[in-house]
Design a protein around this ligand. Structure first.
Ligand code: SAM
Length: 199
């Protein structure tokens, strides 16, 4: 991850943009990532697991929590053109990429916000939240982010989240489950667990 963490607001790593293609669920996107941003130059395996498993209503308000260069929110926006997709990340380089990637792929039903999610999201509420969470921020911040996400879900809303088993997926599920009315593991593959948590 270069010299700084991917969740730094202003990465110091020298910019080295890299373009690649993502094909998933019959969606094809050409995306640009960069050093100092999560998963430089390739789609993360955990993100791919989430993209394959997430179920989306036809419309509504979706949130890509910790959007990085934007792949999850952009795939959701293409799959559901009637939805409004908010994408947020604390990393300024990441959100610049996410906005540029939306424009480059002709995707207009997205809004990109920069900053600490609980603060910049204001009073926004969502029907679906999609998240490959920043485990490396540590448990207190991680649980603050997920607790805030749970509070933002409308009744019946769903959080879809992926965590690697080696990053404590089972423990995180146990600790976060009380924030929701129901949580289940919908997939276990390649060491990743995909969780569906309903409000
Ligand atoms: C594991 S990465 C996932 C990135 C992207 N969604 C993907 O799947 O490639 C988690 C992201 O959460 C972001 N993040 C960390 N702390 C955050 C915070 N307080 N508010 C918003 N985003 C945050 C990081 O900068 C990082 O981009």
């Amino acid at each position: 991850m270069d010299t700084d963490h991917y969740f730094t607001a202003q990465p110091q790593a020298k910019s080295q943009p890299e373009q690649f293609t993502v094909s998933v669920r019959e969606v094809e996107l050409t995306l640009t990532s960069d050093r100092g941003v999560f998963s430089h130059g390739r789609l993360d395996d955990g993100t791919l697991r989430l993209l394959k498993k997430m179920e989306l209503p036809d419309s509504g308000d979706f949130l890509d929590l910790g959007c990085g260069y934007g792949v999850i929110g952009l795939v959701a926006a293409i799959l559901r053109p009637e939805a409004r997709v908010t994408m947020v990340d604390i990393n300024e380089r990441a959100t610049r990429l996410a906005a540029d990637n939306a424009q480059a792929n002709g995707i207009s039903n997205v809004e990109v916000l920069t900053g600490d999610a609980p603060h910049v999201l204001g009073d926004r509420q969502f029907d679906v939240i999609l998240c490959n969470p920043p485990i490396r921020v540590g448990k207190p911040k991680l649980y603050e982010l997920i607790g805030d996400a749970a509070d933002r879900l409308r009744p019946g809303g769903v959080l879809w989240m992926v965590i690697h088993t080696r990053q404590g997926a089972k423990t995180h599920l146990r600790d976060m489950a009380p924030m929701f009315s129901e949580c289940e593991t919908v997939s276990r593959k390649w060491g990743y667990r995909v969780f569906k948590c309903e409000k």
